[in-house]
Design a protein around this ligand. Structure first.
Ligand code: DQA
Length: 154
């Protein structure tokens, strides 16, 4: 069972990028803790970071038949990208939206997400721990979907 992890623009700079907001963990740190948790849960991860909207759209489209769920921090594209939202809606895989910072207590332009309406849920403001919470949530939802159950969080 494979889950797709997508990191949007500028997240490759984590560690040095505005550490007061995003913390000091690097993307590599976050990815290795995700891999550790995936091993514990018994799933595999495909992890992609891109600064380009089209690359993220291509990765979402290519996930069909490869992955059973998507964990995405769309970064700045959260607030601008109809294309990423449409791609997620088109593939229909359960999606969890992650933000390191709490976007709802930041600038007004960050408080709207184009992705939230097509996601199962959003985790925002818990730093790198949010990715691990999101992976656990996505794993549970994906298992439920695979076994044909439905209900809250599906
Ligand atoms: C972010 C929040 C976005 O507003 C911002 O553009 C990012 C990171 C976060 O993880 O807190 O690049 O998605």
């Amino acid at each position: 069972m494979n889950l797709l992890i997508l990191h949007g623009p500028n997240l490759n700079l984590l560690g040095t990028r505005e550490p007061g907001i995003y913390g000091s963990d690097t993307l590599e740190d976050i990815n290795s803790s995700l891999h550790e948790l995936a091993e514990e849960l018994g799933c595999t991860l495909t992890i992609i970071q891109s600064n380009h909207e089209g690359v993220l759209v291509d990765a979402i489209q290519a996930s069909v038949g490869m992955s059973v769920g998507i964990l995405i921090n769309p970064a700045a594209y959260t607030h601008t990208s109809v294309a990423i939202r449409d791609a997620l809606a088109a593939v229909g895989l359960p999606t969890v939206e992650i933000h390191l910072s709490n976007i709802h207590r930041r600038e007004e332009f960050r408080q709207h997400s184009y992705i939230a309406p097509v996601a199962v849920g959003q985790i925002s403001g818990f730093g790198p721990a949010g990715y691990l919470l999101g992976l656990r949530a996505l794993f549970t939802i994906a298992i439920k979907r695979l076994s044909g159950e439905s209900g809250c969080g599906t």
